[in-house]
Write a protein that binds this ligand. Structure first.
Ligand code: SF4
Length: 225
């Protein structure tokens, strides 16, 4: 059995730090009140497939592939009928497509056999599907408003560190820290804001600190000139 991730020490926020973090998320909320995933989907099932396909691939490349795929298969039954060989041509432009095709078809089979063709909207069942890890389950549950979750990808990890919202060394640790410091009213949207911020402003190599809407609240601003 894999060892569970070490829990980061509980962070006690000073009043000033609490205010900084609240202001920061309020700023994101004012800028983008209704952030959504940039992945295209038609229903819970296609959301699961799109998120699973997006591992180590851009949302843009996934959307390009799924536009045609979901036109012919947007339910587990249709995906199963398409089969692995039928699915591959649609997703061959996406990284790791062979493994992903295998997982998508295996997951469709489980959904048909065990869940009547519906997507189970709970974490344990979702994570038992092939190709669906904690991050994918978090994105799905959050996007469908089932439970607040802050899935940590490379953008969220980087932004959380730069904004000193978290210091953990693994995505699991950062996720726990983010959930602990993010005010409840912002938890459902925090994942999207942090991703969008990392994707378009606080980019990896040359963050756009001069255009950053939270620069005055960022302890890393001076590091980037
Ligand atoms: S000020 Fe710079 S480093 Fe800080 S969050 Fe904004 S873009 Fe990122």
């Amino acid at each position: 059995m894999p060892k569970p991730p070490a829990k980061p020490a509980k962070r006690r926020l000073s009043p000033a730090e609490k205010t900084r973090i609240e202001t920061l998320f309020a700023r994101f909320a004012a800028e983008t009140p209704h952030p959504r995933t940039e992945l295209d989907f038609k229903n819970p099932y296609t959301l699961v497939v799109a998120v699973a396909l997006s591992a180590q691939a851009t949302d843009k490349s996934v959307n390009k592939a799924t536009e045609k795929l979901f036109a012919v298969a947007d339910t587990p039954a249709e995906m199963l009928a398409l089969g692995e060989e039928g699915l591959i041509p649609y997703i061959a432009s996406i990284g790791l497509y062979r493994t992903k095709a295998k997982n998508v078809i295996a997951a469709a089979r489980i959904l048909m056999e065990q869940y009547g063709g519906q997507v189970p909207l709970n974490r344990e069942a979702l994570q038992s599907l092939p190709g669906v890890g904690r991050k994918t389950a978090s994105v799905v549950l959050n996007e469908l408003d089932v439970e607040p979750a802050i899935a940590v990808d490379t953008h969220v990890f980087r932004v959380a560190h730069r904004l000193k919202l978290a210091s953990g060394k693994t995505p699991d640790q950062v996720e726990q820290e983010l959930m602990a410091v993010t005010p409840k009213i912002f938890q459902t949207r925090a994942h999207h804001w942090l991703i969008l911020h990392g994707r378009y402003v606080c980019v990896a190599r040359k963050p756009k600190c001069r255009e950053c809407p939270v620069a005055d609240l960022c302890p890393s601003r001076d590091l980037f000139g």
